[in-house]
Ligand binder design. Structure first.
Ligand SMILES: NC(=O)c1ccc[n+]([C@@H]2O[C@H](COP(=O)([O-])OP(=O)(O)OC[C@H]3O[C@@H](n4cnc5c(N)ncnc54)[C@H](OP(=O)(O)O)[C@@H]3O)[C@@H](O)[C@H]2O)c1
Length: 396
C-alpha cells in the first residue's frame, strides 16, 4: 500500500501535466458550476487546468464534474465533503495540498431554521476550515478568490440595505452592518491567508442577483421563475407579475454566473495592481423586469400580465404553497430530471428580488479601471439560462 507521502508525491507529479490546479469550493452552486465548466476548456489562460470540484451532496446528473467537458478524464475530480466538519475537510484536502495553485471559494449554506448568528458563524467556520487545511500546506498556492455579495446586499439577510447613497453602490462604501455579532466573510479570508505574509494574494467578487443554471442553487431566480411559469401553464393560469411597481418599471441589474466566474478567473490571473482587492460584478447594463416577463411567458406558452396596482401584488412564497404534487406531475408527464420543488425554487428570495422599492445599482468602474472589461447583455443572459434549463430537462 502506498504511504501518504508517496501518494501525495505521485499526485503532485501527475498534476504537473496541468499548469494550474483549482479547488472550486461550492462546485454545484450557481457560480461554482459555471467555474467547473469554464476552467477545463482548452485555451483558458494559465491552463491546462485541473479542477477539484467540492460540494456537500452527491453530484447531480447535470454537473460538469460528472461529465467533464475536457478531453482529459482526470481534468475534473469531484470531492464530497461537509465543509462544516473540520476533520473531514482536513482529511479530504491533505492529499491535494501539494497540487493546489488556486482556490475559488463559492460556497454558502443557509438553513431557514438557523438564526442569522448561526448562519453567519457556520459560513465562517466553513471558509476557515478550507483555508486552514490548504493555506499552510500548499506550497504552490498563489491566490484565493472569494464570492460574496454586493454592498447593497446584507450578508445574512440579503436584502438588508446599507445606508442611502447618492449614486450607484461602489466597493469603497462600508460593508452592510450585520444585525448580529459576526465578522464579514471577507475578514475570514484575510485572517485565513495572513500566515503566508503576502505570498498568497486574494480577491473578493461581489455580484448582485445572479442569473445562472445550477438548479440546485439555494438562490436561483431563473430556475424559480421557470418553475412558476411551468406551474401557471399546467394550471391554465396567467403568468401574473407578483412584484413591485419599481421593479416592473424601474431599472434593475443582474450578474451572469459565467461572467462572475470569468471575473474570478481574472482575479487570479490579472495584473498585480488588481490583486488584494474587492470588485463588484454586475453585467454592466440595466434592464427592466417588464422586458424579461414576456420572454419568460413565451418560453412556457402562457399568457402574462404586468404590474397592475399595489393591491394586486402577492408573494410567490404564499401562492406556491402546496404546489409540490403539481410539480411532481409536471416532472413525470414531461419526463424531466427528478427534482423536488423545494430544491429548485426559493420563492422568498425571488419575492425579495422583485419587490424592490427603490432602484439599487452597483458601479462597475473599479474593475474596468483595473483591467476587467467583461460584460453581459442581461436580456440575452436571461434567455440563455431559460434555454439551458429547458435543454437539460430541468423544466418543460
Ligand atoms: N445566488 C445569488 O443570486 C447571489 C447573489 C449575490 C451574491 N451571492 C453570493 O454567492 C455566494 C454563494 O451563494 P449562492 O446562494 O449562490 O450559493 P449556491 O448556489 O446555493 O451554492 C452553494 C454551494 O455551496 C455548497 N455547500 C453548501 N454548504 C456546504 C457544506 N456544508 N459543505 C460543502 N459544500 C457546501 C453547495 O453544495 P451542495 O450543492 O452539495 O449543497 C453548493 O455547491 C454567497 O456568498 C452569496 O451571498 C449569491
Amino acid at each position: 500500500m502506498l504511504t501518504r507521502e508517496r501518494a501525495a508525491a505521485e499526485a503532485a507529479s501527475k498534476a504537473r501535466a496541468f499548469k494550474s490546479v483549482a479547488l472550486v469550493v461550492g462546485s454545484t452552486g450557481i457560480v461554482g458550476a459555471a467555474l467547473v465548466e469554464i476552467l477545463p476548456v482548452p485555451g483558458v489562460p494559465a491552463g491546462p487546468w485541473k479542477v477539484y470540484a467540492l460540494s456537500r451532496r452527491p453530484l447531480p446528473p447535470w454537473s460538469a464534474a460528472a461529465a467533464s467537458s475536457s478531453s482529459d478524464p482526470d481534468a475534473v475530480v469531484h470531492l464530497q465533503v461537509d465543509l462544516y466538519d473540520t476533520a473531514a475537510v482536513a482529511k479530504a484536502l491533505a492529499p491535494l495540498a501539494a497540487e493546489i495553485t488556486h482556490v475559488f471559494y463559492t460556497a454558502w449554506f443557509y438553513n431557514y431554521c438557523w438564526s442569522d448568528a448561526e448562519a453567519c458563524q457556520r459560513n465562517h467556520a466553513m471558509l476557515r476550515n478550507v483555508l486552514s487545511a490548504v493555506v499552510p500546506t500548499s506550497p504552490r498556492l498563489l491566490h484565493v478568490s472569494l464570492l460574496t455579495c454586493s454592498n447593497q446586499l446584507g450578508v445574512v439577510d440579503p436584502f438588508e440595505p446599507v445606508a442611502e447613497v447618492t449614486g450607484p453602490y461602489s466597493e469603497d462604501l462600508p460593508r452592510p452592518r450585520l444585525k448580529v455579532e459576526c465578522h464579514d466573510l471577507e475578514n475570514a479570508l484575510h485572517d485565513g491567508i495572513a500566515s503566508r505574509g503576502g505570498a498568497v494574494t486574494w480577491s473578493v467578487h461581489r455580484p448582485t442577483t445572479i442569473f445562472g443554471f445550477s438548479p440546485r442553487s439555494a438562490r436561483n431566480v431563473v430556475s424559480s421563475l421557470c418553475v412558476y411559469a411551468a406551474i401557471c401553464k399546467k394550471a391554465n393560469d396567467t403568468l401574473r407579475w407578483p412584484g413591485s411597481r419599481v421593479a416592473w418599471h424601474g431599472f434593475s441589474e443582474a450578474s451572469d454566473a459565467e461572467l462572475v466566474g470569468e471575473q474570478m478567473v481574472w482575479g487570479h490571473l490579472g495584473p498585480a495592481f488588481a490583486k488584494n482587492k474587492a470588485f463588484n460584478c454586475a453585467n454592466g447594463d440595466v434592464y427592466k423586469w417588464q422586458q424579461l416577463w414576456p420572454m419568460l411567458a413565451s418560453h412556457f406558452g402562457v399568457e402574462w400580465s404586468g404590474y397592475v396596482a399595489e393591491d394586486q401584488r402577492f408573494r410567490l412564497e404564499e401562492a406556491m404553497v402546496d404546489k409540490e404534487a403539481l410539480w411532481a406531475e409536471i416532472v413525470r408527464e414531461k419526463g424531466l430530471v427528478e427534482t423536488e420543488l423545494d430544491d429548485i425554487t426559493n420563492w422568498s428570495f425571488v419575492d425579495d428580488v422583485i419587490s424592490a422599492e427603490k432602484e439599487q445599482l452597483d458601479t462597475m468602474n473599479k474593475c474596468k479601471e483595473h483591467g476587467f472589461f467583461g460584460f453581459r447583455n442581461t436580456v440575452r443572459c436571461f434567455d440563455k439560462w431559460i434555454r439551458r434549463m429547458k435543454a437539460d430537462r430541468i423544466v418543460p
